[in-house]
Design a protein around this ligand. Structure first.
Ligand code: FAD
Length: 470
């Protein structure tokens, strides 16, 4: 397929932002081409991010449960073993099925798919070096940059994806490391650390800041860290890595307190660098058309996702905002709706965030710290999973639901959940925030029994009145 006829919309990048924008544009009747260099659709998220990490989190959780919990449910084995290659194979199959699925959706919706590296020639022309080694020019009235993000390295540390790995290497290790050091206690580091800790690695997380996952509500964060510590993950907070020595079989990291002080050495078989992600615009030729970027390489856009160059838009990880797949998708849909002459909207205050460890931690809206800082008078309602009959019946009752509501109006401002399946439970809270619901609205919504979701209802009751089961 060549995109030599003029398109209404050309999307550069086939990640969750780009492919969703392309499908939506086609559904709105716009002639659309999507350019992707990876040879597979789905971007970071599907190929080396959300999906393979969740596959491994699930597989490693099953192993861990089989080893530590099945017996008390009366399920007995003589022996439990890991076949790492099979575990990786299952993950790879999930990824390839899903990428092929998106190709199918492109065909169904008549999106032209060009496999290759896109580079701007003008605000309406993209030159593509195709994966077959040819060059083609794709023209479009509107061009959407959806080139996403890439691993952020650390000065002085060379990622070889074998012993010093990024998340991409950590998703494809061929042996279980005896000792794994994770640099960076964000959600990616904690998720990958959990995977390998469950499979038997001794995991130490080194973090420059005083806290893990800085965006999290402080009270939930404390409980979360304690839970991970119970799972034998170690934390070295307020600590920086000053040197890495890979000259022997064992990797040696020299550490120092963030504020300066005595150095120490920590050894590992594998080191995961998960210190964040950078917007990716290399080789895109932004300079050819004068698209501006900010200090950290992100592309600033207005409310309509327009860059400073007319007809050129940007969405997803490459623009400011939370670097999350569902946020990229929302951007993509709203951007295309504007291009089609409709209204689009993304409320960045109501983007849920989930850490897919066990228990999961999910949140939407404001943390207690943020509400305090804004000087809003508020009430907090909490309900521990220990009071939830479903959680007790399956012997998985760690965690709590915490709801923060405005004191005067009872309007829900933030919901924070730590429990298994918190990532599913959070959506009634997201809906509540979207509709400006009060905690009483949630509490008076009939919730099925016995479900984990009843903990959300009871936390809502506790916000303006009292819970029943505690
Ligand atoms: P990307 O997914 O990065 O896609 C951009 C695409 O553009 C890439 O495929 C790239 O090859 C292509 N491209 C770039 N430049 C060009 C060019 N010049 N020409 C052609 N193609 C180009 N988010 C969540 O919401 N939930 C999770 O559970 C989650 N887990 C994650 C786990 C890991 C280990 C990682 C690394 C990330 C995770 N994320 C998660 C983040 C999520 O992957 C990103 O937020 C999301 O992929 C951003 O989507 P995007 O479309 O903006 O960019």
């Amino acid at each position: 397929a060549s995109g030599s006829d003029e398109n209404d919309v050309v999307v550069i990048g086939g990640g969750p932002g780009g492919y969703v924008a392309a499908i939506k544009a086609a559904q709105l009747g716009l002639k659309t081409t999507c350019i992707e260099k990876r040879g597979a659709l789905g971007g970071t998220c599907l190929n080396v991010g959300c999906i393979p990490s969740k596959a491994l989190l699930h597989s490693s959780h099953m192993y861990h449960e089989a080893k530590t919990s099945f017996a008390k449910h009366g399920v007995k084995f003589d022996n439990v073993d890991i076949d790492l290659a099979a575990m990786m194979g299952q993950k790879d199959k999930a990824v390839s099925n899903l990428t092929k699925g998106i190709e199918g959706l492109f065909k169904k919706n008549k999106v032209t798919y060009v496999k290759g590296y896109g580079k701007f020639l003008s605000p309406s022309e993209v030159s593509v070096d195709t994966l077959e080694g040819e060059n083609t020019v794709v023209k479009g009235k509107n061009i959407i940059i959806a080139t996403g993000s890439d691993v952020k390295g650390l000065p002085g540390i060379t990622i070889d994806e074998k012993r010093i790995v990024s998340s991409t290497g950590a998703l494809a290790l061929t042996e279980i490391p005896k000792k794994l050091i994770v640099i960076g206690a964000g959600y990616i580091g904690l998720e990958m650390g959990s995977v390998w800790a469950r499979l038997g690695s001794e995991v130490t997380v080194v973090e420059f800041a005083p806290d893990i996952v800085p965006s999290m509500d402080g009270e939930i964060r404390k409980q979360f860290q304690r839970s991970l510590e119970k799972q034998k993950m170690k934390f070295m907070l307020k600590t920086k890595v000053v040197a890495v020595d890979t000259s022997t079989d064992i990797v040696k990291l020299t550490l120092e307190p963030s504020a300066g002080g005595d150095q120490s050495i920590l050894e590992a078989d594998v080191v995961l660098v998960s210190a964040g992600r950078n917007p990716f615009t290399a080789g895109l030729g932004l300079e050819n058309i004068g698209v501006e970027t900010d200090k950290i390489g992100r592309i600033p856009v207005d409310k309509r996702f327009s860059t400073n160059v007319k007809g050129v838009f940007a969405i997803g990880d490459v623009i400011p905002g939370p670097m999350l797949a569902h946020k990229a998708e929302e951007d993509g849909i709203a951007c295309v709706e504007f291009i089609a002459g409709k209204e689009g909207h993304v409320d960045y205050d109501k983007v849920p965030g989930v850490v897919y460890t066990h228990p999961e931690v999910a949140s939407v809206g404001k943390t207690e710290e943020q509400v305090k800082e804004l000087g809003i008078a508020y009430r907090v309602g909490k309900f521990p999973m220990l009071g939830n009959s479903r959680a007790k019946s399956i012997d998985d009752a760690e965690g709590l639901v915490k709801i923060i509501a405005e004191k005067e109006t009872d309007k829900v401002l933030g919901v924070h959940i730590m429990c298994s399946n918190a990532g599913e439970l959070i959506h009634e809270a997201a809906l509540a925030l979207t509709y400006d619901a009060s905690s009483e609205d949630i509490a008076r919504t009939c919730h099925a029994h016995p479900t984990l979701s009843e903990a959300v209802k009871e936390a809502a009751m506790a916000t303006y009145d009292k819970a029943i089961h505690i």
